[in-house]
Design a protein around this ligand. Structure first.
Ligand code: ADP
Ligand code: MG
Length: 584
Protein backbone atom coordinates (compact mmCIF):
# COMPACT_ATOMS: atom_id res chain seq x y z
CA UNK A 1 0.00 0.00 0.00
CA UNK A 2 1.25 3.43 -0.83
CA UNK A 3 2.33 5.73 1.96
CA UNK A 4 1.58 9.03 0.33
CA UNK A 5 -1.60 10.82 1.29
CA UNK A 6 -3.08 14.19 0.67
CA UNK A 7 -3.14 16.32 3.81
CA UNK A 8 -6.45 17.60 5.06
CA UNK A 9 -6.96 21.32 4.59
CA UNK A 10 -6.62 21.92 8.30
CA UNK A 11 -3.28 20.14 8.58
CA UNK A 12 -2.09 21.88 5.41
CA UNK A 13 -3.02 25.24 6.91
CA UNK A 14 -1.17 24.41 10.09
CA UNK A 15 1.89 23.48 8.10
CA UNK A 16 1.64 26.72 6.15
CA UNK A 17 1.18 28.53 9.46
CA UNK A 18 4.56 27.20 10.51
CA UNK A 19 6.09 29.19 7.67
CA UNK A 20 3.91 32.29 7.55
CA UNK A 21 3.19 32.61 11.27
CA UNK A 22 6.52 32.31 12.95
CA UNK A 23 5.55 34.41 15.97
CA UNK A 24 2.96 36.97 17.11
CA UNK A 25 4.71 39.70 15.12
CA UNK A 26 4.13 37.76 11.90
CA UNK A 27 0.38 37.71 12.59
CA UNK A 28 0.32 41.46 13.11
CA UNK A 29 2.35 41.95 9.95
CA UNK A 30 -0.02 39.87 7.81
CA UNK A 31 -3.10 41.53 9.27
CA UNK A 32 -1.76 45.05 8.77
CA UNK A 33 -0.76 44.22 5.20
CA UNK A 34 -4.25 42.93 4.47
CA UNK A 35 -5.68 46.19 5.81
CA UNK A 36 -3.35 48.22 3.59
CA UNK A 37 -4.23 46.10 0.58
CA UNK A 38 -7.88 46.89 1.37
CA UNK A 39 -7.08 50.61 1.08
CA UNK A 40 -7.16 51.43 4.80
CA UNK A 41 -6.24 54.99 5.80
CA UNK A 42 -6.19 54.24 9.50
CA UNK A 43 -5.05 51.22 11.54
CA UNK A 44 -5.80 50.40 15.18
CA UNK A 45 -3.49 47.76 16.57
CA UNK A 46 -3.94 46.24 19.99
CA UNK A 47 -1.83 43.51 21.55
CA UNK A 48 -1.84 41.88 24.98
CA UNK A 49 0.55 39.49 26.65
CA UNK A 50 3.19 40.05 23.95
CA UNK A 51 0.63 38.77 21.46
CA UNK A 52 -0.05 35.40 23.00
CA UNK A 53 -3.26 36.64 24.64
CA UNK A 54 -4.57 39.02 22.03
CA UNK A 55 -3.64 40.45 18.66
CA UNK A 56 -6.16 42.73 16.99
CA UNK A 57 -6.07 44.92 13.91
CA UNK A 58 -8.98 47.18 13.00
CA UNK A 59 -9.03 49.08 9.71
CA UNK A 60 -11.26 51.45 7.77
CA UNK A 61 -10.62 49.70 4.47
CA UNK A 62 -13.00 48.27 1.88
CA UNK A 63 -14.39 45.48 4.07
CA UNK A 64 -15.98 42.26 2.80
CA UNK A 65 -19.46 40.93 2.25
CA UNK A 66 -20.50 37.67 3.87
CA UNK A 67 -19.53 35.50 0.91
CA UNK A 68 -16.03 36.99 0.69
CA UNK A 69 -15.57 36.86 4.44
CA UNK A 70 -16.13 33.10 4.33
CA UNK A 71 -14.03 32.67 1.22
CA UNK A 72 -11.13 34.60 2.71
CA UNK A 73 -10.68 31.77 5.20
CA UNK A 74 -10.23 29.15 2.52
CA UNK A 75 -6.73 28.19 1.57
CA UNK A 76 -5.43 29.87 -1.57
CA UNK A 77 -8.36 32.26 -1.60
CA UNK A 78 -7.16 35.67 -2.66
CA UNK A 79 -8.66 38.66 -4.37
CA UNK A 80 -5.24 39.91 -5.43
CA UNK A 81 -4.05 37.69 -8.24
CA UNK A 82 -5.85 35.40 -10.64
CA UNK A 83 -3.00 33.65 -12.44
CA UNK A 84 0.68 32.90 -12.14
CA UNK A 85 1.36 35.62 -14.69
CA UNK A 86 -0.05 38.20 -12.27
CA UNK A 87 2.75 37.32 -9.86
CA UNK A 88 5.22 39.23 -11.98
CA UNK A 89 3.37 42.51 -11.67
CA UNK A 90 1.89 42.18 -8.20
CA UNK A 91 1.71 45.48 -6.32
CA UNK A 92 -0.28 44.34 -3.29
CA UNK A 93 1.37 43.21 -0.07
CA UNK A 94 -0.36 39.82 -0.08
CA UNK A 95 -1.05 37.46 -2.96
CA UNK A 96 -0.82 33.88 -1.73
CA UNK A 97 -4.18 33.65 0.02
CA UNK A 98 -2.54 31.87 2.90
CA UNK A 99 -2.37 34.21 5.85
CA UNK A 100 -5.94 34.20 7.15
CA UNK A 101 -6.52 30.41 6.99
CA UNK A 102 -3.06 29.81 8.47
CA UNK A 103 -3.64 32.14 11.40
CA UNK A 104 -7.19 30.84 11.93
CA UNK A 105 -5.89 27.27 12.07
CA UNK A 106 -3.65 27.94 15.08
CA UNK A 107 -5.70 30.35 17.22
CA UNK A 108 -9.11 31.52 18.33
CA UNK A 109 -10.00 33.83 15.51
CA UNK A 110 -12.76 36.38 14.94
CA UNK A 111 -13.29 38.27 11.68
CA UNK A 112 -15.69 41.18 11.76
CA UNK A 113 -16.14 43.03 8.51
CA UNK A 114 -18.51 45.34 6.69
CA UNK A 115 -18.53 47.01 3.32
CA UNK A 116 -19.32 50.71 3.56
CA UNK A 117 -22.36 50.29 1.34
CA UNK A 118 -23.82 47.36 3.35
CA UNK A 119 -26.38 47.96 6.09
CA UNK A 120 -24.75 45.44 8.42
CA UNK A 121 -21.56 43.49 8.74
CA UNK A 122 -20.59 39.85 9.18
CA UNK A 123 -18.88 38.11 12.06
CA UNK A 124 -17.11 34.81 11.56
CA UNK A 125 -15.78 32.93 14.59
CA UNK A 126 -13.15 30.25 13.99
CA UNK A 127 -11.38 28.06 16.50
CA UNK A 128 -8.39 25.98 15.50
CA UNK A 129 -9.42 26.14 11.86
CA UNK A 130 -13.10 25.19 12.40
CA UNK A 131 -15.79 27.77 11.76
CA UNK A 132 -17.95 27.82 14.90
CA UNK A 133 -20.27 30.74 14.12
CA UNK A 134 -21.26 33.05 11.28
CA UNK A 135 -23.61 35.87 12.12
CA UNK A 136 -24.67 39.38 11.28
CA UNK A 137 -22.78 42.00 13.23
CA UNK A 138 -23.28 45.66 13.89
CA UNK A 139 -19.88 47.16 13.13
CA UNK A 140 -18.31 50.17 11.46
CA UNK A 141 -17.29 49.88 7.79
CA UNK A 142 -13.95 48.16 7.50
CA UNK A 143 -12.50 45.05 9.04
CA UNK A 144 -11.40 43.83 12.46
CA UNK A 145 -9.44 40.64 12.89
CA UNK A 146 -8.98 39.40 16.43
CA UNK A 147 -6.56 36.60 17.25
CA UNK A 148 -6.53 35.09 20.74
CA UNK A 149 -4.58 32.24 22.31
CA UNK A 150 -2.11 31.96 19.43
CA UNK A 151 -0.77 28.40 19.01
CA UNK A 152 -3.21 27.11 21.69
CA UNK A 153 -3.51 23.85 19.70
CA UNK A 154 0.22 23.60 18.96
CA UNK A 155 1.90 23.45 22.37
CA UNK A 156 5.27 22.80 20.76
CA UNK A 157 5.05 26.05 18.80
CA UNK A 158 4.00 27.92 21.91
CA UNK A 159 7.10 26.70 23.67
CA UNK A 160 9.24 28.08 20.89
CA UNK A 161 8.18 31.64 21.61
CA UNK A 162 10.86 33.77 23.21
CA UNK A 163 10.50 35.89 26.29
CA UNK A 164 7.64 38.36 26.39
CA UNK A 165 10.16 41.19 26.03
CA UNK A 166 11.60 39.70 22.85
CA UNK A 167 8.20 39.04 21.29
CA UNK A 168 7.08 42.55 22.23
CA UNK A 169 10.18 43.99 20.55
CA UNK A 170 9.31 42.07 17.37
CA UNK A 171 5.74 43.38 17.55
CA UNK A 172 7.01 46.95 17.91
CA UNK A 173 9.32 46.48 14.95
CA UNK A 174 6.49 45.09 12.80
CA UNK A 175 4.30 48.11 13.56
CA UNK A 176 7.15 50.57 12.99
CA UNK A 177 7.92 48.92 9.68
CA UNK A 178 4.39 49.38 8.38
CA UNK A 179 4.24 52.92 9.76
CA UNK A 180 7.42 53.78 7.83
CA UNK A 181 6.34 52.00 4.67
CA UNK A 182 3.06 53.95 4.61
CA UNK A 183 3.54 57.37 6.22
CA UNK A 184 0.13 58.47 4.91
CA UNK A 185 -1.75 55.92 7.00
CA UNK A 186 -2.67 56.83 10.59
CA UNK A 187 -1.49 54.23 13.10
CA UNK A 188 -2.60 53.80 16.70
CA UNK A 189 -0.71 51.04 18.47
CA UNK A 190 -1.56 49.87 21.97
CA UNK A 191 0.28 47.26 23.96
CA UNK A 192 -1.23 45.94 27.24
CA UNK A 193 -3.61 48.87 27.45
CA UNK A 194 -0.92 51.52 26.93
CA UNK A 195 -0.51 53.59 23.79
CA UNK A 196 2.92 52.94 22.30
CA UNK A 197 2.43 55.05 19.16
CA UNK A 198 -0.35 57.31 18.05
CA UNK A 199 0.75 58.47 14.62
CA UNK A 200 -1.39 60.85 12.61
CA UNK A 201 -1.44 60.45 8.85
CA UNK A 202 1.78 62.17 7.74
CA UNK A 203 2.49 63.92 4.46
CA UNK A 204 6.12 62.81 4.29
CA UNK A 205 8.51 60.16 5.48
CA UNK A 206 10.43 62.81 7.42
CA UNK A 207 7.31 63.73 9.37
CA UNK A 208 6.56 60.07 10.07
CA UNK A 209 10.12 59.40 11.31
CA UNK A 210 9.89 62.44 13.58
CA UNK A 211 6.54 61.30 15.00
CA UNK A 212 7.89 57.84 15.54
CA UNK A 213 11.37 58.46 16.93
CA UNK A 214 11.40 62.09 17.99
CA UNK A 215 13.15 65.27 16.92
CA UNK A 216 16.57 64.03 18.07
CA UNK A 217 16.53 61.26 15.49
CA UNK A 218 15.30 63.70 12.88
CA UNK A 219 18.27 65.98 13.45
CA UNK A 220 20.67 63.05 13.03
CA UNK A 221 19.33 62.27 9.56
CA UNK A 222 20.09 63.49 6.05
CA UNK A 223 17.55 63.52 3.30
CA UNK A 224 18.71 61.79 0.15
CA UNK A 225 18.33 63.93 -2.94
CA UNK A 226 15.72 62.13 -5.01
CA UNK A 227 17.15 60.58 -8.10
CA UNK A 228 16.37 57.95 -10.65
CA UNK A 229 18.78 55.70 -12.48
CA UNK A 230 17.74 53.03 -14.99
CA UNK A 231 14.21 53.10 -13.67
CA UNK A 232 15.29 52.65 -10.04
CA UNK A 233 14.15 55.52 -7.83
CA UNK A 234 15.78 55.82 -4.41
CA UNK A 235 14.56 58.22 -1.72
CA UNK A 236 14.53 58.51 2.04
CA UNK A 237 16.75 59.34 4.99
CA UNK A 238 20.14 58.20 6.22
CA UNK A 239 22.29 59.00 9.26
CA UNK A 240 24.81 61.74 9.29
CA UNK A 241 28.28 60.26 9.72
CA UNK A 242 28.92 60.07 13.43
CA UNK A 243 25.24 59.81 14.37
CA UNK A 244 25.21 56.04 14.32
CA UNK A 245 23.80 53.37 16.62
CA UNK A 246 25.12 50.21 18.22
CA UNK A 247 22.48 48.05 16.50
CA UNK A 248 20.64 47.79 13.20
CA UNK A 249 17.32 48.58 14.89
CA UNK A 250 16.65 51.59 12.70
CA UNK A 251 17.59 50.23 9.32
CA UNK A 252 14.64 49.90 6.99
CA UNK A 253 14.68 49.13 3.29
CA UNK A 254 11.44 49.23 1.36
CA UNK A 255 11.10 48.04 -2.19
CA UNK A 256 7.84 49.15 -3.74
CA UNK A 257 6.46 49.64 -0.23
CA UNK A 258 7.49 46.21 1.03
CA UNK A 259 10.05 45.92 3.83
CA UNK A 260 12.80 43.65 2.60
CA UNK A 261 16.26 42.34 3.23
CA UNK A 262 18.67 41.75 0.42
CA UNK A 263 22.40 41.36 0.26
CA UNK A 264 22.74 43.87 -2.60
CA UNK A 265 21.11 46.51 -0.41
CA UNK A 266 23.39 45.90 2.56
CA UNK A 267 26.43 45.94 0.26
CA UNK A 268 25.38 49.21 -1.38
CA UNK A 269 25.00 50.74 2.05
CA UNK A 270 28.34 49.51 3.32
CA UNK A 271 30.11 50.78 0.23
CA UNK A 272 28.55 54.23 0.56
CA UNK A 273 29.64 54.68 4.18
CA UNK A 274 32.97 52.90 3.72
CA UNK A 275 35.41 54.65 5.99
CA UNK A 276 32.80 56.55 7.96
CA UNK A 277 31.64 53.65 10.08
CA UNK A 278 33.42 52.38 13.11
CA UNK A 279 33.20 48.61 13.48
CA UNK A 280 30.04 47.75 15.40
CA UNK A 281 28.26 51.03 14.57
CA UNK A 282 25.30 51.21 12.22
CA UNK A 283 23.65 54.16 10.52
CA UNK A 284 19.91 54.65 10.79
CA UNK A 285 18.22 54.48 7.46
CA UNK A 286 14.79 54.69 6.02
CA UNK A 287 15.16 53.97 2.34
CA UNK A 288 12.41 53.60 -0.22
CA UNK A 289 13.20 52.09 -3.58
CA UNK A 290 10.61 52.26 -6.32
CA UNK A 291 11.19 50.11 -9.37
CA UNK A 292 9.52 48.02 -12.01
CA UNK A 293 7.76 45.18 -10.13
CA UNK A 294 8.79 42.84 -12.93
CA UNK A 295 12.44 43.35 -11.97
CA UNK A 296 11.94 42.11 -8.43
CA UNK A 297 10.70 38.72 -7.24
CA UNK A 298 8.82 38.91 -3.91
CA UNK A 299 7.84 35.27 -3.97
CA UNK A 300 11.05 33.77 -2.61
CA UNK A 301 10.45 33.79 1.16
CA UNK A 302 7.40 32.48 3.11
CA UNK A 303 6.99 35.77 4.96
CA UNK A 304 8.13 37.73 1.85
CA UNK A 305 10.96 39.21 3.90
CA UNK A 306 13.57 38.63 1.24
CA UNK A 307 13.38 39.60 -2.39
CA UNK A 308 15.42 38.69 -5.42
CA UNK A 309 16.41 41.38 -7.89
CA UNK A 310 16.80 40.67 -11.55
CA UNK A 311 19.64 43.20 -11.69
CA UNK A 312 21.02 43.23 -8.16
CA UNK A 313 24.13 45.17 -9.13
CA UNK A 314 22.08 48.02 -10.53
CA UNK A 315 20.01 48.29 -7.37
CA UNK A 316 23.18 48.25 -5.27
CA UNK A 317 24.76 51.00 -7.35
CA UNK A 318 21.60 53.14 -7.30
CA UNK A 319 21.45 52.86 -3.52
CA UNK A 320 25.13 53.58 -3.10
CA UNK A 321 25.10 56.70 -5.21
CA UNK A 322 21.96 58.04 -3.48
CA UNK A 323 23.51 57.58 -0.03
CA UNK A 324 26.83 59.03 -1.21
CA UNK A 325 25.05 62.06 -2.62
CA UNK A 326 23.39 62.72 0.74
CA UNK A 327 26.69 62.38 2.59
CA UNK A 328 28.46 64.62 0.08
CA UNK A 329 25.82 67.32 0.35
CA UNK A 330 26.05 67.24 4.14
CA UNK A 331 29.78 67.59 3.95
CA UNK A 332 29.53 70.57 1.62
CA UNK A 333 27.00 72.23 3.92
CA UNK A 334 29.15 71.62 6.93
CA UNK A 335 32.40 72.79 5.41
CA UNK A 336 31.14 75.74 3.44
CA UNK A 337 31.28 78.35 6.22
CA UNK A 338 34.61 77.11 7.50
CA UNK A 339 36.21 77.18 4.06
CA UNK A 340 34.82 80.56 3.21
CA UNK A 341 36.49 81.85 6.31
CA UNK A 342 39.78 80.14 5.70
CA UNK A 343 39.80 81.39 2.12
CA UNK A 344 39.19 84.91 3.33
CA UNK A 345 42.29 84.55 5.46
CA UNK A 346 44.19 82.89 2.63
CA UNK A 347 45.15 80.03 4.91
CA UNK A 348 44.28 77.49 2.27
CA UNK A 349 45.43 77.29 -1.31
CA UNK A 350 42.53 78.18 -3.58
CA UNK A 351 42.57 74.70 -5.12
CA UNK A 352 40.99 73.26 -1.99
CA UNK A 353 37.89 75.35 -2.16
CA UNK A 354 34.64 73.92 -3.38
CA UNK A 355 32.52 76.21 -5.50
CA UNK A 356 30.38 78.39 -3.28
CA UNK A 357 26.97 76.99 -2.49
CA UNK A 358 24.40 78.56 -0.22
CA UNK A 359 24.23 76.96 3.20
CA UNK A 360 21.10 74.94 3.70
CA UNK A 361 19.59 75.42 7.10
CA UNK A 362 16.92 72.78 6.71
CA UNK A 363 18.56 70.39 9.15
CA UNK A 364 19.46 72.96 11.76
CA UNK A 365 17.73 71.97 15.00
CA UNK A 366 17.84 75.43 16.54
CA UNK A 367 19.52 78.73 15.91
CA UNK A 368 23.02 78.69 17.28
CA UNK A 369 23.48 80.72 20.39
CA UNK A 370 26.00 83.55 20.33
CA UNK A 371 29.47 82.91 21.60
CA UNK A 372 29.61 84.38 25.06
CA UNK A 373 32.50 86.80 25.11
CA UNK A 374 32.30 87.09 28.87
CA UNK A 375 33.08 83.40 29.26
CA UNK A 376 36.26 83.08 31.33
CA UNK A 377 37.09 79.91 29.37
CA UNK A 378 37.19 81.62 25.98
CA UNK A 379 40.60 83.55 25.76
CA UNK A 380 41.75 82.28 22.30
CA UNK A 381 41.19 84.29 19.12
CA UNK A 382 38.58 82.89 16.76
CA UNK A 383 39.90 80.13 14.53
CA UNK A 384 37.14 80.17 12.03
CA UNK A 385 34.19 82.38 11.52
CA UNK A 386 31.24 81.30 9.47
CA UNK A 387 30.24 83.42 6.54
CA UNK A 388 26.67 82.19 6.67
CA UNK A 389 23.33 83.85 6.21
CA UNK A 390 22.64 83.28 9.89
CA UNK A 391 21.79 86.06 12.24
CA UNK A 392 24.91 85.67 14.32
CA UNK A 393 28.41 84.69 13.27
CA UNK A 394 29.60 81.24 14.23
CA UNK A 395 33.07 80.81 15.64
CA UNK A 396 35.35 78.12 16.87
CA UNK A 397 37.49 79.29 19.74
CA UNK A 398 40.38 77.20 20.93
CA UNK A 399 39.95 77.01 24.67
CA UNK A 400 42.83 74.69 25.49
CA UNK A 401 44.12 71.13 25.69
CA UNK A 402 43.02 68.34 28.00
CA UNK A 403 45.87 66.01 29.00
CA UNK A 404 47.48 66.48 25.55
CA UNK A 405 44.92 64.07 24.16
CA UNK A 406 41.97 66.33 23.52
CA UNK A 407 41.46 69.91 22.46
CA UNK A 408 38.59 71.93 23.80
CA UNK A 409 36.84 74.28 21.39
CA UNK A 410 33.93 76.62 21.78
CA UNK A 411 31.69 76.77 18.76
CA UNK A 412 28.59 78.79 18.06
CA UNK A 413 26.40 75.85 18.97
CA UNK A 414 28.24 74.66 22.03
CA UNK A 415 31.29 72.80 23.24
CA UNK A 416 33.44 70.74 20.88
CA UNK A 417 35.90 68.12 22.11
CA UNK A 418 38.50 67.17 19.55
CA UNK A 419 40.60 64.01 19.70
CA UNK A 420 44.08 65.09 18.58
CA UNK A 421 45.19 61.63 17.55
CA UNK A 422 42.10 61.01 15.46
CA UNK A 423 42.42 64.48 13.93
CA UNK A 424 46.04 63.88 13.03
CA UNK A 425 45.21 60.55 11.41
CA UNK A 426 42.48 62.14 9.35
CA UNK A 427 44.81 64.91 8.17
CA UNK A 428 47.58 62.49 7.21
CA UNK A 429 45.14 60.13 5.52
CA UNK A 430 43.74 62.86 3.31
CA UNK A 431 47.21 64.16 2.55
CA UNK A 432 48.16 60.71 1.33
CA UNK A 433 44.95 60.49 -0.63
CA UNK A 434 45.59 63.82 -2.31
CA UNK A 435 49.17 62.82 -2.89
CA UNK A 436 48.14 59.63 -4.62
CA UNK A 437 45.60 61.45 -6.74
CA UNK A 438 48.04 64.23 -7.60
CA UNK A 439 51.10 62.15 -8.40
CA UNK A 440 52.81 61.53 -5.09
CA UNK A 441 53.67 62.74 -1.62
CA UNK A 442 56.90 64.57 -0.90
CA UNK A 443 59.57 62.01 -0.05
CA UNK A 444 62.81 62.31 1.88
CA UNK A 445 65.77 60.36 0.60
CA UNK A 446 67.67 58.40 3.26
CA UNK A 447 71.38 59.10 3.59
CA UNK A 448 72.05 55.41 3.03
CA UNK A 449 69.48 52.89 1.81
CA UNK A 450 68.30 50.41 4.45
CA UNK A 451 68.22 46.73 3.48
CA UNK A 452 66.53 44.19 5.76
CA UNK A 453 64.32 41.10 5.68
CA UNK A 454 60.71 40.66 6.74
CA UNK A 455 58.94 37.38 7.52
CA UNK A 456 56.63 35.82 4.88
CA UNK A 457 53.25 37.44 5.32
CA UNK A 458 54.72 40.82 6.28
CA UNK A 459 57.02 40.74 3.28
CA UNK A 460 54.08 39.90 1.07
CA UNK A 461 52.06 42.81 2.50
CA UNK A 462 54.79 45.22 1.42
CA UNK A 463 55.43 43.53 -1.93
CA UNK A 464 51.71 43.54 -2.80
CA UNK A 465 51.43 47.24 -2.14
CA UNK A 466 54.55 48.68 -3.73
CA UNK A 467 52.67 50.99 -6.09
CA UNK A 468 50.48 52.47 -3.36
CA UNK A 469 53.51 52.84 -1.11
CA UNK A 470 55.41 54.64 -3.85
CA UNK A 471 52.52 57.05 -4.33
CA UNK A 472 52.54 57.63 -0.56
CA UNK A 473 56.19 58.70 -0.63
CA UNK A 474 57.92 55.39 0.15
CA UNK A 475 60.91 54.46 -1.95
CA UNK A 476 60.79 50.69 -1.41
CA UNK A 477 61.76 47.81 -3.60
CA UNK A 478 61.89 44.06 -3.22
CA UNK A 479 65.53 43.09 -2.99
CA UNK A 480 65.41 39.37 -3.68
CA UNK A 481 63.89 36.71 -1.42
CA UNK A 482 62.51 38.20 1.77
CA UNK A 483 64.65 41.32 1.65
CA UNK A 484 63.50 44.89 1.09
CA UNK A 485 65.45 47.97 0.22
CA UNK A 486 64.20 51.33 1.46
CA UNK A 487 65.66 54.46 -0.11
CA UNK A 488 63.13 57.11 0.85
CA UNK A 489 60.34 57.77 3.35
CA UNK A 490 57.45 60.23 3.09
CA UNK A 491 58.44 63.58 4.55
CA UNK A 492 56.13 63.26 7.54
CA UNK A 493 58.03 60.12 8.54
CA UNK A 494 61.46 61.71 8.09
CA UNK A 495 63.90 60.74 10.80
CA UNK A 496 62.16 57.49 11.68
CA UNK A 497 63.90 54.13 11.57
CA UNK A 498 62.95 52.78 8.10
CA UNK A 499 62.96 49.15 9.23
CA UNK A 500 60.65 49.86 12.16
CA UNK A 501 58.34 51.86 9.91
CA UNK A 502 58.05 49.08 7.32
CA UNK A 503 57.64 46.42 10.02
CA UNK A 504 54.85 48.38 11.66
CA UNK A 505 53.25 49.05 8.32
CA UNK A 506 53.36 45.39 7.32
CA UNK A 507 51.93 44.31 10.67
CA UNK A 508 49.08 46.81 10.31
CA UNK A 509 48.39 45.53 6.78
CA UNK A 510 48.33 41.92 7.89
CA UNK A 511 45.94 42.86 10.71
CA UNK A 512 43.80 45.03 8.48
CA UNK A 513 43.74 42.53 5.63
CA UNK A 514 45.37 44.92 3.18
CA UNK A 515 47.71 42.24 1.89
CA UNK A 516 44.73 40.35 0.54
CA UNK A 517 42.80 43.35 -0.74
CA UNK A 518 42.85 44.51 -4.33
CA UNK A 519 42.25 47.77 -6.13
CA UNK A 520 41.05 50.94 -4.41
CA UNK A 521 40.21 49.12 -1.18
CA UNK A 522 43.85 48.04 -0.84
CA UNK A 523 45.02 51.61 -1.43
CA UNK A 524 42.70 52.85 1.23
CA UNK A 525 43.81 50.22 3.74
CA UNK A 526 47.43 51.12 3.03
CA UNK A 527 46.77 54.81 3.59
CA UNK A 528 44.96 53.99 6.81
CA UNK A 529 47.90 51.94 8.01
CA UNK A 530 50.37 54.69 7.12
CA UNK A 531 48.28 57.36 8.81
CA UNK A 532 48.01 55.24 11.95
CA UNK A 533 51.75 54.71 11.87
CA UNK A 534 52.70 58.32 11.35
CA UNK A 535 50.39 59.80 13.90
CA UNK A 536 52.06 61.91 16.52
CA UNK A 537 51.00 60.30 19.78
CA UNK A 538 52.27 63.18 21.87
CA UNK A 539 49.75 65.70 20.62
CA UNK A 540 50.37 69.31 19.69
CA UNK A 541 53.14 70.87 21.76
CA UNK A 542 51.96 74.44 22.00
CA UNK A 543 49.11 76.69 21.05
CA UNK A 544 50.54 77.35 17.61
CA UNK A 545 50.60 73.62 16.83
CA UNK A 546 47.14 73.18 18.30
CA UNK A 547 45.76 75.88 16.08
CA UNK A 548 47.51 74.45 13.05
CA UNK A 549 45.96 71.07 13.79
CA UNK A 550 42.46 72.53 13.98
CA UNK A 551 42.93 74.55 10.80
CA UNK A 552 44.24 71.56 8.89
CA UNK A 553 41.48 69.36 10.19
CA UNK A 554 38.76 71.77 9.18
CA UNK A 555 40.24 71.84 5.69
CA UNK A 556 39.70 68.06 5.39
CA UNK A 557 36.98 66.50 3.29
CA UNK A 558 35.70 64.40 6.18
CA UNK A 559 36.79 66.18 9.34
CA UNK A 560 34.40 64.45 11.71
CA UNK A 561 35.76 60.93 11.61
CA UNK A 562 39.19 59.32 11.44
CA UNK A 563 40.06 56.89 8.62
CA UNK A 564 38.72 54.01 10.71
CA UNK A 565 35.38 55.73 11.24
CA UNK A 566 35.93 56.76 14.84
CA UNK A 567 34.72 60.23 15.73
CA UNK A 568 37.22 63.08 15.64
CA UNK A 569 34.96 65.62 17.31
CA UNK A 570 32.20 65.33 19.87
CA UNK A 571 29.78 68.18 20.14
CA UNK A 572 27.75 69.17 23.18
CA UNK A 573 25.12 71.75 22.39
CA UNK A 574 24.40 74.59 24.77
CA UNK A 575 20.95 73.13 25.19
CA UNK A 576 22.36 69.77 26.23
CA UNK A 577 24.78 71.39 28.68
CA UNK A 578 22.06 73.60 30.14
CA UNK A 579 19.83 70.58 30.54
CA UNK A 580 22.55 68.59 32.26
CA UNK A 581 23.18 71.45 34.68
CA UNK A 582 19.46 71.84 35.31
CA UNK A 583 19.38 75.38 33.89
CA UNK A 584 16.33 74.84 31.67
P1 ADP B 1 -3.74 37.42 0.54
O1 ADP B 1 -3.50 38.65 1.32
O2 ADP B 1 -2.48 36.75 0.12
O3 ADP B 1 -4.71 37.61 -0.57
P2 ADP B 1 -5.00 36.50 2.97
O4 ADP B 1 -5.26 35.14 3.50
O5 ADP B 1 -4.14 37.38 3.80
O6 ADP B 1 -4.42 36.34 1.51
O7 ADP B 1 -6.39 37.21 2.73
C1 ADP B 1 -7.33 36.57 1.87
C2 ADP B 1 -8.27 37.58 1.25
O8 ADP B 1 -9.12 38.12 2.25
C3 ADP B 1 -7.60 38.78 0.64
O9 ADP B 1 -7.20 38.52 -0.69
C4 ADP B 1 -8.66 39.86 0.72
O10 ADP B 1 -9.53 39.76 -0.38
C5 ADP B 1 -9.44 39.45 1.95
N1 ADP B 1 -9.07 40.27 3.15
C6 ADP B 1 -8.21 39.89 4.11
N2 ADP B 1 -8.08 40.85 5.04
C7 ADP B 1 -8.87 41.88 4.64
C8 ADP B 1 -9.16 43.19 5.18
N3 ADP B 1 -8.58 43.63 6.29
N4 ADP B 1 -10.02 43.97 4.48
C9 ADP B 1 -10.58 43.53 3.34
N5 ADP B 1 -10.35 42.32 2.79
C10 ADP B 1 -9.50 41.50 3.44
MG1 MG C 1 -2.64 38.74 3.16
Amino acid sequence: MGKIRVLSDLVASQVAAGEVVERPASVIKELMENSLDAGAKSLEIEVRGAGSLLLRVTDDGAGMDREDALLSLERHATSKIASAADLTTVRSMGFRGEALPSIASVAEFVLRTRRASAPAGTEVVVKGGKIVAVREAGCAPGTTVEVKSLFFNLPARRKFLRSAATEAAHLDRAVETVALAFPGVAVHYRRDGRTVHRLPAATSLVARVTDLYGADERVALLEMPEGENRGIRVSGLVSRPGATRADRGRQFFFVNGRAVENVFLSTGLREAYRQMLEPGRYPSLFVHIAMDPQAVDCNVHPAKREVRFRQGGEVRDALRSAVEAALRQARADWLQPVRAHLAARAELPAGHLPEAKPLRLAHQPELPRPVRPESPLAPGAPIAEAATPRVRPEEFRLVGALSRRYLLLEGGEGLVLLDQRAAHQRILFERLQRGVAGGGVAAQRLLAPAVFELPGREHEAVAENLAVLAAAGFGVEVFGGRALKVEALPDFLAGRDPQRVLEDFAAACVLGGAARLRGPAAGEAVRRAVARLAVDEGGAKDEREQRALVTQLLACELPYCDPDGRPVMLQFSWRELDRKFGRD
